[in-house]
Design a protein around this ligand. Structure first.
Ligand code: 5GP
Length: 203
């Protein structure tokens, strides 16, 4: 059995990463989601252990000290986010392809320690579309929303650090594009060494 892939998905808040990924998971049982830990409060509808592990600042700090994160973004002014290492490793060892939904800095940090990670950026069709999606979601006050829009501009400036770019305009198209990328990556020869050796041995 091949070890599972690590698939990093980034994109500005409100772009629909969660919706795209959930549609992918419904179609592909080999995919699994890495649940991050965060110190921010749950939004309506978010579930503990499914959307995130909602933990305190002290717990977050303890995990940092125990080197329990594959990567983390610690921000004492707002909220911190981290990818628990143990779950990702366990799933990859079991042959599952693990999807990480992390920000641009986190993606760069993971790529340093896992150079074979696949990086996909999900972009909105335009900044106006992103703003209206964020307003439609109505989960933040105006100040927080403006902050997310400023962060979006900074993230979009770093799209060229990613291997793949998917535009989420029509959901089904974005999901199809993601699946094409994932399936093509699964067929890379270096991920199929045992099959390759078997074919060579049979010559
Ligand atoms: P939200 O608060 O909207 O759920 O997420 C805000 C940002 O945090 C998003 O850009 C998301 O990709 C990022 N994020 C979520 N989990 C992690 C994580 O484990 N590590 C890092 N570095 N960023 C994360």
């Amino acid at each position: 059995m091949n070890r599972g892939m690590l698939i990093i998905v980034s994109g500005p808040s409100g772009v629909g990463k969660g919706t795209v990924c959930n549609a992918l998971f419904a179609q592909d049982a080999k995919l699994t989601f890495s649940v991050s830990a965060t110190t921010r409060a749950p939004r309506p509808g978010e579930k503990e252990g499914v959307s995130y592990f909602f933990i305190s600042d002290a717990e977050f700090q303890r995990m940092v000290e125990q080197d329990a994160f594959l990567e983390y973004a610690c921000n004492f002014n707002t909220s911190s986010y981290g990818t628990p290492k143990a779950y990702v490793e366990k799933m990859r060892d079991a042959g599952k392809d693990v999807v990480l939904d992390i920000d641009v800095k986190g993606a760069a940090n993971v790529k340093k320690v896992c150079p074979d990670a696949i990086t996909i950026f999900i972009a909105p069709p335009s900044m106006d579309a992103l703003e209206s999606r964020l307003r439609g979601r109505a989960t933040e006050n105006e100040e927080a929303l403006q902050k997310r829009l400023r962060e979006a501009v900074i993230e979009m400036d770093r799209i060229d650090e990613y291997e793949y770019l998917v535009v989420n305009d029509v959901l089904q198209t974005a999901v199809g594009d993601m699946h094409s990328i994932i399936n093509a990556e699964r067929l890379r020869t270096f991920r199929n060494v045992s099959l390759f050796n078997q074919l060579r041995g049979g010559r």
